[in-house]
Design a protein around this ligand. Structure first.
Ligand SMILES: Nc1ncnc2c1ncn2[C@@H]1O[C@H](COP(=O)(O)OP(=O)(O)OP(=O)(O)O)[C@@H](O)[C@H]1O
Ligand SMILES: O=C(O)C1=C[C@@H](O)[C@@H](O)[C@H](O)C1
Ligand SMILES: [Mg+2]
Length: 189
């Protein structure tokens, strides 16, 4: 499929800024934005799996990781199939399943947003978003383990890796859009 018609997927560890940045990137590219974590909550509520007041953390705990990843895979596949193509904020764990990695690699232009663990930890300390621990302890303390576990997957599925730890949100949006230019222009040559 021509790259210019593919969705853009922002990937990377929790708190790197995917949800914060997706609307800005979408606006600059003239596309609609979608956040898979928000869609998972919507779907889980629609299906009566959780109460209407739930957020991502509550859904994750209520369903357990396996069922959460099932929903995440479903949402990601639907989002990547939508046309006109979207800009998608994925969840930090979107690369955990092989099927989801295949979608990100072949049916999207995935942009790996990368930042030092200390930056992510500091953001998680001040951000109120409920981010569940995957290994039962402190969600901040497990960041090094998650970074080590997921780095190869992020590298494998992404076409671009951007180090964004030192940039403010607006500059990060600009950097993402600039880095994407060759991909989006390629088919109009
Ligand atoms: N330069 C920056 N870019 C993006 N977010 C920033 C920046 N500086 C601080 N933040 C803050 O960091 C947090 C980033 O959280 P956000 O929810 O966007 O991350 P995420 O990548 O979507 O995480 P998750 O995988 O858990 O969904 C927000 O509170 C945001 O305001
Ligand atoms: O790092 C993770 O595995 C997660 C990140 C969030 O975006 C959510 O998708 C959920 O909290 C799991
Ligand atoms: Mg998010």
């Amino acid at each position: 499929m021509p790259e210019a018609t593919l969705p853009i997927a922002l990937i990377g560890l929790r708190a790197v800024g995917k949800s914060t940045l997706v609307a800005g990137v979408a606006r600059r590219l003239g596309r609609a934005a979608l956040d898979t974590d928000a869609e998972i909550v919507r779907l889980a509520v629609d299906r009566g799996l959780v109460p209407g007041t739930s957020d991502t953390g509550a859904v994750f705990r209520a369903l357990g990781q396996e069922a959460f990843r099932d929903l995440e895979g479903e949402v990601l596949a639907d989002a990547c199939a939508r046309r006109p193509a979207l800009v998608i904020a994925t969840g930090g764990g979107a690369v955990e399943r092989e099927a989801a990695r295949a979608i990100l690699r072949h049916q999207a232009v995935a942009v790996w947003l990368d930042a030092p663990i200390e930056v992510l930890a500091q953001r998680m300390r001040v951000d109120a978003t409920d981010r569940p621990a995957l290994f039962g302890g402190d969600p901040i303390a497990e960041l090094p383990q998650l970074a080590a576990r997921r780095a190869t997957w992020f590298a494998e599925v992404s076409r671009l890796r951007l180090r964004v730890g030192k940039l403010d949100p607006e500059s990060t949006v600009r950097a993402i859009v600039e880095a994407l230019e060759p991909y989006l222009a390629r088919d109009s040559n």
